[in-house]
Design a protein around this ligand. Sequence first.
Ligand SMILES: [Zn+2]
Length: 433
Amino acid sequence: MPDPADLEHRTTELLQRLIQFNTVNPPGNEQALQEFLKEKLDAAGFATELLADVEGRPNLIASMRAESDGPALCLLGHVDTVLADASEWEVDPWSGELKDGCVWGRGALDMKSQVAAEVAAATALAEAGWRPESGELKLVITADEETGAEHGAQWLCEKHPDKVRADIVVNEGAGEVFDYDGRRLYGVCVAEKGVFRFTLTAEGTAGHASIPRIGDNALTKLAPALDALAGGRVVPEHSPEPDAFLDAIGIENDDLAAALEQVESVNPLIAVLLEPMLGVTMAPTMASASEKINVIPSRAQVKVDCRVPPGLGEDHALERIRAAVGEDFAVEFDETVVGNRSPIDTPLMDSIRSFVEREDPGAGVTPVVLPGFSDSRWWRAAFPDCVAYGFFPQKAMSLFEAAPLIHGANERVPVEDLGLAARFYSDLIEETL
Ligand SMILES: [Zn+2]
């Protein structure tokens, strides 16, 4: 096992360097950063390769294989970031400055920190002479995650499946500690919701707006639908992940509505996060009607961002939509992606649980569902037997401190958490291989 202080130091220095490469996507420009990481992994004895779909935006694959067969463990991460408006920051977002015990900069949480911890753990082990006893350790560092992975994870899994195939994948998605009723819990992202965005259309009859009753206003007909969606509430339904979440926080899950109410009364913030896991969410975000101020619209439309629990499809989404808004509108899906999941009870979950018990006695772990999606979906789609989890443990910075910083101003990560995460990846590598 590498020395914890050395591991923390390595991860911190590495993250500072990674932040200094501007990899805002678009355009990404991941080449220089990937070459820098490749050199580090080469030097530590890994077999490395840069694979690019488009020039200047390579993905990096590093591997170390044992003589005997065994599981392939893949530590996954992306190195592109969203943009940053420097005028809103206390420090230069590409400085990687060390301040108040944190490394600051764009990507400090999402997710150069995890990439740094994964690479630091792997190189520290390899430099100390560690080699897998069986199976294979892979590090897959992707480009182009923030705009959809067309040139990154999606391309790798579709065009180079043999190079990125894995049995166990650890990626981003969860891991920050949160407190519920006096108990500390670490989320493990085991699933991602599907996306079923749709357009609601109301029809009417055009007419001059100076005589309102001459026409039939399609826009005002949308009012009941908007009203029905205004609360952002879901119809709670059972599925393995929220059931296990309620179990982890010690709440009976027979009656989900009652369970949600109970969580709300103890910790409203947790209820806000739990509710989308429990069912179909619908958030109206864009609207259009008449093009002219003096014309009563004959047609009005609202676009709704709808997210559906893993595994459920269009029929289920439509059933929930009709139950919410009724039959008076046309519903047309603009985007349909079924959500994905990995099983909850796995050796990887056991490893995570025992790590948390070692590092934070009395704390527990709980599966969570990401309402959005990450690169994990491409592995789950390409390799149906693989177990892919999102886990980057954070103890010094809680879920509610970290959440607003991701894609926000003053993104930063405590040095202490970098050390914690690197210890997790290091322990996992040794335990698994
Ligand atoms: Zn990310």
